[in-house]
Design a protein around this ligand. Structure first.
Ligand code: ZN
Length: 238
């Protein structure tokens, strides 16, 4: 079975729709979302509605949590904070409750799905360096842990590999931590939306990059009264 794994949508409706259309056209059977459905962008309800409709597994991100759990916002930058407070006012009761009750981590067969880290996901730590990855390998069963959170696609393996190629085959006996990248706010310098496709039979993982209507997303952000910086950064993917 092929699984599309999307993360960090951040209320970017144009990017989410583009990704879902591509996934549908490819005939991919299952869609998994690694959280941060809301925050930063101007269409939180529309994005939560689509995720509810199309994703079979969804875990909670730190923005979903901050918006619904009343979590302290001390580690959010001023732009993120403003977006969280704005999103809180926009969310329907139904979508608010949906985000509130999302699980932090889900394990299916050989794979673990989590927004931040497999150990204590509620601390929202990042796996950015090889050292971070080393600390996490012992904290999940199965072959691979799929994460989001940093918005930086890439993969660390227990064989000390760091994979950035567009596609790779998972080697038997090696464990992996794969960051699927961000649909709604890429930060690796490539403004195209990013997500992953895992082919379970072939043991193959690929990152998909697609153009989407960034101008429209940016316009919606500005019209909503959210910080214009949140529109600008989409143009450069930082
Ligand atoms: Zn995020």
């Amino acid at each position: 079975m092929r699984k599309a794994i999307i993360s960090d949508i951040h209320a970017n409706l144009e990017a989410l729709k583009t990704a879902l259309d591509w996934i549908k056209n490819e005939g991919i059977e299952q869609i998994i979302c690694l959280g941060d459905i809301v925050g930063y962008g101007a269409n939180p309800n529309e994005c939560v509605d689509l995720i509810r409709e199309y994703c079979t597994v969804v875990v909670k991100g730190n923005h979903d949590s901050a918006t619904t759990d009343g979590e302290d916002l001390y580690n959010f930058n001023p732009y993120a904070k403003k977006a969280v407070l704005w999103t809180k006012e926009q969310l329907s009761k139904r979508n608010y409750e949906y985000l509130y009750y999302l699980p932090l981590k889900v394990e299916i067969g050989d794979y673990t799905f989590v927004h931040s880290t497999p150990k204590k996901p509620e601390r929202w730590n990042y796996i950015i360096t090889e050292y971070d990855a080393t600390l996490s390998f012992a904290n999940f069963e199965g072959q691979a842990c799929l994460v989001g959170h940093s918005h930086l696609p890439g993969c660390y393996g227990t064989d000390e590999s760091f994979i950035l190629e567009q596609e790779f085959v998972l080697t038997e006996g090696v464990k992996y931590i794969i960051n699927v990248g961000s649909v709604g706010q890429p930060r690796d310098g490539d403004p195209r939306l990013c997500f992953g496709v895992l082919d379970e039979e072939k043991r193959d993982f690929a990152w998909i990059r697609l153009e989407y209507d960034k101008e429209k997303t940016g316009q919606r952000i500005i019209e909503s009264g959210l910080p214009p910086y949140l529109a600008d950064r989409l143009k450069v993917g930082r």
